[in-house]
Design a protein around this ligand. Structure first.
Ligand SMILES: *Cc1c(COP(=O)(O)O)cnc(C)c1O
Length: 397
């Protein structure tokens, strides 16, 4: 066991178990552990490293920002936060942005938007319209509100009582949402592509019907784009595959390309429900985090990475499908979409994840026996092919 892991084990909370390796550096889609072993990094820090490791433009923005101004709080403005917000707002054709520090925190903001929306619908009365409908197997985070919105025993166990007012409906089943929404419902919250529970995309027909249903019932449609957003599915946001626009949505993971940041976009009518002092966080919109996010958004455009994901993922997923055909006794199907793809195994895949790692490929487990492959959005066709070859070799051994 490396010295870092020994120290980790002795000093950090055991909530992640004992990590198998400690990494010391990365470049592009490659990462090296403390012993100097090289890996193809298709874990990307769980869909975070949009540009891979140490992208020159990201480095330049983050390092020059560190020299100029690292933090100033929201008592004052900085040059990066409004530029990131302006880019997203321009893409959305209006609206306002709120910055925070993580995915769960961004979803907490969505939950707070739903409360303000419910109060305004109830003519200013609190506690009348407050329910939020979420999907079976959803993952929205581990803070108190988001944990309640994550209807999974392994997440909620030990922490009850939870935030009240969360109802559960079935993904891709509009009738189930029709039943779940009642006169006390303020909002629906869902992932356009479920990540943690095993890479399940919503169908465009379902999302469009849900948009219509929400409009009819005056219920907010809130999307969690934390994992599927920022180009990972071959569109900037996952909901774009259905051609719908949510009332508000959260971002995090891929937005900072390795720098912690969370964010929420909301349409102007919802932004108007907030006033000075009604929400906030000290680190939100931090100039360094926003320098990183700005570098990610600029590079997505500059290097045409979103069309790269859309184009390159087709052939890559065909190769993954060939693996499923060649190893039917181990694999069930290819799951997900774009660079948010994966393989479903017949049995719990933890031993395979370890074998792939030993063979030099980092992957991430997910629910439902799925192994996620989350390449950086600038992974080359050669790197994508290499991942399939490593998988093939490990599966054959
Ligand atoms: C990771 C994730 C979250 C939680 O984000 P944290 O930054 O870990 O708090 C919420 N929703 C989805 C869809 C995620 O993938």
């Amino acid at each position: 066991m490396s010295q870092s892991i020994e120290l980790w084990k002795n000093n950090l909370l055991g909530n992640y178990g004992v990590p198998p390796v400690a990494f010391s550096r990365g470049k592009g889609a490659r990462v090296w552990d403390e012993e100097g072993k090289e890996y193809l990094d298709f874990a990307s820090g769980i869909a975070v490293l949009s540009l891979g490791h140490a992208h020159p433009h990201w480095l330049k923005r983050v390092c020059t920002q560190a020299e100029k101004l690292s933090h100033c709080s929201n008592l004052f403005a900085n040059e990066n936060a409004p530029r990131v917000a302006e880019r997203i707002n321009r893409h959305m054709g209006g609206g306002k942005m709120f910055f925070c520090n993580s995915g769960a925190e961004a979803n907490e903001c969505l939950l707070k938007i739903s409360r303000l929306w419910g109060r305004s619908r109830a003519n200013g009365e609190e506690g009348k319209i407050f329910k939020v409908v979420v999907c079976e197997n959803a993952f929205h985070g581990r803070l108190f509100g988001t944990m309640a919105a994550t209807p999974q025993e392994k997440i909620q166990n030990g922490f009850r009582p939870l935030l009240p007012g969360i109802t559960v409906a079935k993904l891709n089943d509009i009738e189930s949402f029709r039943t779940a929404i009642d006169d006390e419902t303020a909002a629906v919250l869902l992932e356009p592509v479920q990540g943690e529970s095993g890479l399940t995309p919503t169908t465009p027909e379902f999302l469009r019907a849900l948009r219509e249903l929400c409009d009819k019932r005056k219920v907010l449609l809130m999307c969690d784009e934390i994992q599927c957003g920022i180009g990972r599915t071959g569109k900037l946001f996952g909901f774009e595959h259905a051609g719908i626009v949510p009332d508000c949505f959260s971002m995090a993971k891929g937005l900072g390309g390795g720098f912690p940041i969370g964010a929420v976009w909301m349409r102007d009518e919802l932004a108007a429900l907030f006033h000075a002092g009604s929400h906030g966080t000290t680190f939100g919109g931090n100039p360094m985090a926003c320098a990183a996010a700005l570098a990610v958004l600029e590079t997505l455009d500059e290097e045409n990475l979103i069309s790269h994901v859309a184009e390159a993922s087709g052939a890559w997923r065909e190769r993954l499908a060939q693996l499923v055909k060649d190893f039917p006794e181990i694999l069930v199907e290819v799951r997900g979409i774009g660079f948010m793809s994966g393989l479903k195994f017949r049995e719990a895949p933890a031993p395979w994840i370890a074998k792939f790692r030993e063979a030099g490929l980092l992957t991430v487990g997910a629910g439902n026996n799925v192994v996620r492959l989350l390449p950086p959005l600038n992974a080359s066709v050669e790197e994508l092919n290499e991942s399939v070859e490593i998988l093939r070799k490990a599966l054959s051994a």
